[in-house]
Design a protein around this ligand. Sequence first.
Ligand SMILES: [Zn+2]
Length: 100
Amino acid sequence: MALSEKYNLSELTNQMEKLVFDELEHQLAAISDEDICKCNDCILDISCYALNNLTPRYRSSLMGSLYAKVEDLEVNKKVKMNVTRAIQKISQNPLCGNIR
Ligand SMILES: [Zn+2]
């Protein structure tokens, strides 16, 4: 029997995703639509680029609240930096070809 049939693995979440999405939303709001492409493909590419350069923070929902606040400041700094870098990197060479 597959592990995913025996156990409910959907309770597992990477909290880094939420941090990256929140920061990305924040930074995108400050950039004009005319300056970078904000199509679905580019937003996914930006998210992948940022997330692949950050250490994942997996939690089971049961344990989530126990660890969520640890390292917050340092982690937030890294998230900000990597989201900025991801936006620059992808928008300069978007796979969708929509260069501004
Ligand atoms: Zn695009």
